[in-house]
Design a protein around this ligand. Sequence first.
Ligand code: NI
Length: 170
Amino acid sequence: MPQRPILEYPDPRLRLPCEAVETFDDSLGQLVDDLFDTLYATTAIALSAPQIDDRRTVLVMDHSGNATAPQLYVNPHILKRRAWGLVEESCLSIPGIVGNVIRATEVRVRARDRDGSLFERDLSGMEAVCLQHEMDHLAGKLFIDRLWFLRRLGIKAMTALRARQGRQAA
Ligand code: NI
């Protein structure tokens, strides 16, 4: 199957977490092909399975600009994050929105390939940032959730404080 429609915010399906891939079969291969076909029909450099309405933990990336450097990550897991910075992001599923997000700009990732073989890779710059953006999608998160990170941190701290006060009062 070729290019598939990309789900757009606020579609609730973008909020569903993915499940780990355990079967490396033709169906997975088809998903990977569809992801690349869909990605290459856009100007973006990465795409995750949930954006084309599939709940498997898969993302694809190609930073070359001419479809010559396809990268596939099945069940990706970040082993190391460093060199945090403020980076500008946008998303195919949230057209027209651009925002600054805090991300690690150097990561080491462990993932599986199309046939299930395990690999580790060091990514930096835009590739590291894109990997984290797509991994957010796999967890049902969107980059706009991170835009007001200071306010969100404030809310979390306040909630934790209230919970503690509640316990002390009880
Ligand atoms: Ni996105």
